[in-house]
Design a protein around this ligand. Structure first.
Ligand SMILES: Cc1ncc(COP(=O)(O)O)c(C=O)c1O
Length: 410
């Protein structure tokens, strides 16, 4: 059968919607029923991906105006959108409320007051989840977001000391808790340990704040391989373990009181994407092989440098040919900066200029988590494959829009 990707111009991200559906089925089986799965658009806001996950019943966890627009355009019902993230602008709150969003994660008393003000101004009462920063990080995380000094959430001790600062306001009802603790946990036991901590903290704090939560977002941290060969982990007992924990702490959860939500980006989309990119040059420098690709940190791995992702050690799938692998190779991109290296000591197949290599498992935190505008190369194409067929090819554009210019300026 002809390769449906043979005619695709590189560099190109390829997203396989069947794989996103398969990942969703695995996650659905790994969390207890009834619960909401919220897709975290930060992993990949491509419309076809968001539409596919929406069609499977996912809501959306968003943290910007761009993600709000992407979720709504993909048909996610506004009542299934949770707006999260520290440091809000009044305008983005107003826009979300006007669009019908009612669930807001807040990180401080000021965050609560800000939602209250925006909601009263619009006559659209909001429901707030107070995001919690627990006393200790959950073990086994790829990236710790709470349990340490952080912009995320309010410290549990702060809430215990001053519960009155976190109470409902007229326009912003305290309606639940948000306990996203970190990302890319090591497997089922690490996930269960994290959820155990989250549920115990939620139980304690609902007592301190004297309220019955309507929605408990327990976060996620569901792992996926990144830029390396590998598959999604088996989580055979997680749903049962979670149900037991919830039965103990929130006996009404099976009747939806509280409703329970989980958030996931990388598990849902990581394995559905790969990057096809071409070898531009192969040479030797100071005794080390150097492979220069048409993609660098502008297309993949921009956030590795910012420690948002583990350092890139990409697997490059290259055409099979005789010859020794290139050992201790530098894998570089085309940017005019020495920072543009994916790896400084990789073992790479014996590639030649013109070869197309494939980086697997980059459907999450790939294109939009990279330094796309840096140095002005065109963005890669994005190719959507469904049922083994290419169904859409698109390309992001980065166009400057002049907002004001002084008369007579050149
Ligand atoms: C609040 C929140 N929810 C969900 C996610 C998604 O994480 P992941 O893609 O690892 O599932 C993140 C990631 O940073 C987050 O901050």
């Amino acid at each position: 059968m002809a390769d449906p990707l043979a005619a695709i111009e590189t560099p190109a991200y390829v997203y396989d919607l069947d794989e996103a559906r398969r990942a969703h089925a695995l996650l659905r089986a790994a969390v207890p029923e009834p619960s909401w799965i919220l897709y975290s658009l930060k992993a990949n806001p491509h419309p076809a991906i968001v539409r596919t996950l929406r069609a499977l019943g996912c809501g959306a966890e968003i943290s910007s105006r761009g993600e709000l627009a992407a979720a709504l355009e993909a048909g996610v019902p506004a009542e299934r959108v949770l707006l999260t993230g520290p440091g809000r602008r009044d305008r983005e709150l107003a826009e979300a409320l006007e669009a019908g969003v009612r669930w807001f994660s807040v990180d401080s008393p000021l965050g609560l007051a800000q939602v209250d003000l925006a909601a009263r101004a619009l006559g659209a009462p909001a429901r707030c989840l107070l995001r919690i920063n627990g006393p200790t990080p959950a073990p086994g995380q790829g990236l710790t977001m709470t349990g340490v000094a952080s912009q995320f959430g309010a410290d549990a001790e702060w809430i215990e000391r001053e519960p009155a600062s976190f109470r409902s306001a007229a326009g912003a009802r305290l309606a639940g808790l948000h306990l996203y603790m970190g990302t890319n946990l090591a497997g089922e036991d690490a996930l269960a340990g994290q959820f155990q901590m989250a549920i115990a903290t939620a139980r304690r704090l609902t007592g301190v704040l004297s309220f019955e939560p309507e929605l408990l977002s327990l976060g996620g941290g569901f792992p996926a391989p990144f830029a390396r060969e590998g598959s999604l982990p088996e989580l055979p007992n997680l749903a049962r373990r979670l149900a037991d924990m919830l039965d103990g702490a929130f006996p009404g959860w099976r009747r939806g009181s509280p409703r329970v939500a989980f958030e996931s980006g990388r598990f849902l989309t990581g394995t559905s994407g790969s990057l096809l990119t071409r070898v531009l040059d192969v040479k030797c420098s100071h005794g080390q092989p150097v492979v220069v690709l048409e993609s660098g940190i502008n297309h993949l791995g921009g956030m590795s440098g910012l420690r948002r992702l583990p350092p890139l050690v990409p697997d490059l799938h290259a055409p099979v040919r005789d010859g020794e692998p290139l050992a201790n190779a530098i894998v570089a991109g085309p940017l005019c900066t020495p920072l543009d290296t994916w790896a400084r000591s990789a073992t790479v197949a014996p590639v030649r200029p013109g070869d197309v290599v494939r980086v697997p498992n980059v459907g999450a935190y790939g294109l939009t988590a990279s330094l796309l505008a840096f140095l002005g190369h065109p963005p890669p194409r994005e190719v959507v494959v469904d049922g083994g067929r290419v169904v859409e090819v698109s390309q992001l554009t980065l166009n400057r829009q002049t907002l004001s210019a002084s008369p007579g300026g050149d």
